[in-house]
Ligand binder design. Structure first.
Ligand SMILES: [Zn+2]
Length: 315
């Protein structure tokens, strides 16, 4: 209910009083203004990974490609990675992993942010849903990428769930009203995984990353604590090498494993690559990244997918 001051008790000049009354009524009746869409024609993409390495592993290729075209890409790690190592943990590891994420961001030409949640402890809470929704709104995202909520790791699963929970709420004006809602619902995508139940990942969008694979491999090298040292659970048999030859062999082992992994996406989605790049070009593609369109958020047409991923040849 809105109350109006009686004319006799109003100390404001009549014109000002009318204006104040109008403003009060407007504030009551209207939702907070939606933020104006960015008019520079540049896309804005935000990826949420559970740990400092997930977003980089899943999207470094497309991140480098978007960035090279002047589009804006942000990588968010929802935890600080502070237990992702076999022999180090806590603050020192969190600082080290944050530094590695920053190095990766420099290589890719993107922004990065590591949220200060403990590794292994992400929960689907209202506070976290608000945090994710604010980050998507602040970034004015056109595209949001995260894990599918049936991933093996609880942090991946709950990060995926939090992003899915924010997919509708980013448009609701009075949900976290201190950050204006988005004028247009972003397209939400899932990054690739190998899980089969309740349904396998569908590679709706598959992007060739041959031209930037060296950058992606450089990112894996920059994230030493995770990949070179083996993270929590993949320490090289016999421990970390101490001599120069052993160190070089370990570096090569990591690089070869990732080269094979990035190539396996291409083999998995060869027919989709043929649809997107043409049957003549697809067989020559070596490395790729794949994405599934989430049923929540804006549903892009095939034409819009080509606008959002301006990497495919004209048909
Ligand atoms: Zn992870």
């Amino acid at each position: 209910m809105t109350s109006h001051p009686r004319a006799g008790k109003n100390r404001l000049a009549p014109g000002l009083a009318a204006l104040a009354s109008l403003l009060a009524a407007a504030a009551w009746a209207s939702p907070p203004p939606a933020a104006a869409p960015d008019g520079d024609g540049k896309l804005r993409i935000i990826t949420f990974g559970a740990h400092p390495d997930d977003c980089e592993l899943d999207t470094a290729g497309v991140a480098a490609k978007w960035s090279a075209l002047g589009h804006k890409f942000k990588c968010v790690s929802v935890t600080n990675g502070d237990i992702g190592h076999a022999v180090i943990a806590g603050g020192p590891l969190a600082l080290r992993r944050r530094a590695e994420s920053r190095k990766a961001a420099q290589i890719l030409g993107i922004e990065t942010e590591v949220l200060d949640n403990h590794d292994g402890e992400v929960m689907v809470t209202l506070e976290n849903r608000r945090k994710i929704a604010r980050l998507i709104r602040d970034w004015q995202a056109d595209i949001v990428i995260s894990h599918r909520p049936n991933d093996y790791h609880p942090d991946h699963r709950y990060t995926g769930m939090l992003v899915a929970d924010a997919a509708y709420m980013v448009q609701v004006p009075y949900f976290t009203p201190e950050v204006p809602p988005l004028a247009r619902n972003p397209v939400f995508l899932f990054s690739e995984d190998r899980f089969q139940k309740p349904n396998p990942f569908s590679g709706d969008i598959v992007v060739a990353i041959d031209d930037v694979v060296d950058k992606k491999l450089a990112v894996t090298e920059a994230m030493e604590s995770q990949f070179y040292e083996g993270g929590c659970c993949d320490v090289p048999a016999g421990g970390m090498p101490q001599d120069a030859a052993g160190k070089e062999a370990r570096r090569k082992q990591v690089r070869d494993a990732f080269t094979a992994r990035f190539a396996s996406t291409t083999d998995r989605f060869r027919s989709r690559l043929a649809e997107l790049y043409g049957a003549d070009r697809a067989p020559g593609i070596k490395y790729a990244e794949a994405f599934e369109v989430c049923e929540y958020g804006r549903q892009p047409s095939k034409e819009e997918i080509r606008q959002l991923f301006p990497f495919f040849p004209a048909r």
